[in-house]
Design a protein around this ligand. Structure first.
Ligand SMILES: Cc1cc2nc3c(=O)[nH]c(=O)nc-3n(C[C@H](O)[C@H](O)[C@H](O)COP(=O)(O)O)c2cc1C
Ligand SMILES: Cc1ncc(COP(=O)(O)O)c(C=O)c1O
Length: 346
């Protein structure tokens, strides 16, 4: 992209997209006019409907808050307020950070969504610059500068994981700590589902759950588990495996105390992974525990705590063109052993 002066900067169009079915997913994406292809921050972006959008052109201020007008509303969700913020426009690249806040009201729920994206657009093809007055950006994350250094030279996995997670925190649309957790039952049948990583250090990777759930029972039975992170915006994957220990009561209490009151009640009300005859039974349980713990602290249920995977293997993967990805695996014979690094074919 050629960005010689403010006058030649392309106009950006920011669109706010809201999906109400199901109630939760919300996406925002920024799109450059004259910039191709569209940079969409959600895999399902085509399924979403644009309910609000705002354009600002090169003559508009490129920093600051851009008001978003409701363009059209195709359903009964009314985004009543929102804001978008462009952070930085450099000569060689455009850093976009869009923060949006939207109140969605339907006949079933009312919810304030607050979310953010950030991304950098950079030129990747010299010929495309020559062909267009404003230049053309092919957003290719592999070549866009998101790989800032050769991670395969790293000697230690925890610092590298920390670096990648930090980058995911700024680039992922939501839940950068979301991770697929694999367990195995006593017949050797595997199982996988998402959890949120709530802590990591050299001791291992921690998440919290109901110990009477399917995953809880499988982990308590086998004492082994694996995790796989996939940060789509960075085209990176990290997977790890190892034996599992239960976190200390003090650790679990400290984390439980940080959860919203409703989630603490939920931990009591939900017999996770067991049959539920109807939504009403769950709501009744929530009402009962809300009444029981109306005053004072809500204790942590004995069956709700954390697991720590103590990895003996951590693999880092980064997308490269033509599927010739970079992969390194750190291995050690036991959590007390020294790491050995192995580079692998993609
Ligand atoms: C993004 C995401 C994060 C989740 N995080 C957790 C979590 O941290 N703990 C948990 O118990 N369930 C979490 N869940 C729900 C689980 O995926 C799963 O449905 C539930 O724990 C029951 O799993 P099980 O029957 O295998 O035990 C999460 C789901 C999603 C989609
Ligand atoms: C049932 C359940 N428990 C626990 C969590 C972990 O997150 P938090 O402690 O932030 O509620 C999640 C996250 O989605 C969840 O669905």
């Amino acid at each position: 992209m050629v960005l010689k002066s403010r006058q030649t900067r392309p106009a950006f169009r920011a669109s706010l997209m809201v999906d109400t079915t199901p109630a939760l997913p919300v996406a925002v994406f920024a799109q450059g006019r004259g910039v191709s292809p569209t940079l969409a921050r959600s895999a399902d972006v085509t399924a979403l409907r644009t309910v609000a959008s705002s354009d600002w052109t090169s003559s508009d201020p490129l920093r600051g808050t851009v008001p978003v007008e409701i363009e059209r509303s195709t359903f009964d969700a009314l985004p009543s307020r929102s804001r978008l913020l462009v952070h930085e426009v450099k000569e060689s690249a455009i850093d976009i950070r869009a923060n949006a806040c939207v109140l969605v009201r339907t006949s079933h729920f009312e919810r304030l969504f607050d979310f953010a994206i950030s991304t950098t657009l950079r030129p990747v093809r010299a010929e495309s610059r020559a062909n267009s007055p404003v230049g053309s950006v092919l957003v290719n994350m592999s070549e866009s500068g998101l790989t800032t250094s050769d991670f395969t030279e790293e000697h230690e996995p925890f610092a590298l994981f920390g670096k990648w997670l930090k980058e995911a925190e700024t680039s992922e649309l939501n839940d950068p700590t979301a991770v697929a957790l694999a367990t195995v039952d006593d017949l050797g049948m595997p199982n996988v589902r998402m959890v949120l990583l709530k802590g990591y250090d050299e001791q291992g990777f921690v998440f919290y759950t109901n110990f009477e759930s399917q995953k809880g029972r499988e982990i308590l039975g086998q004492r082994k588990a694996a995790m796989c992170f996939h940060w789509k915006s960075l085209r990176r994957q990290v997977r790890l495996r190892g034996e599992v220990e239960v976190v200390t009561d003090a650790e679990a209490d400290a984390y439980y105390a940080t959860r919203p009151r409703g989630s603490r009640i939920g931990a009591w009300a939900s017999k996770q992974s067991r049959p539920l005859e109807g939504r009403f039974a769950l709501e009744k349980a929530v009402a009962e525990f809300t009444a029981r713990y109306a005053i004072g602290e809500i204790p942590r249920p004995a069956h709700w705590s954390g697991f720590r995977i103590k990895p003996v293997s951590i693999e880092f993967w980064h997308d490269r063109p033509f599927r010739l990805h970079d992969r390194i695996e750190f291995r050690r014979p036991s959590p007390e052993g020294a790491w050995e690094k192995v580079r692998m074919y993609p």
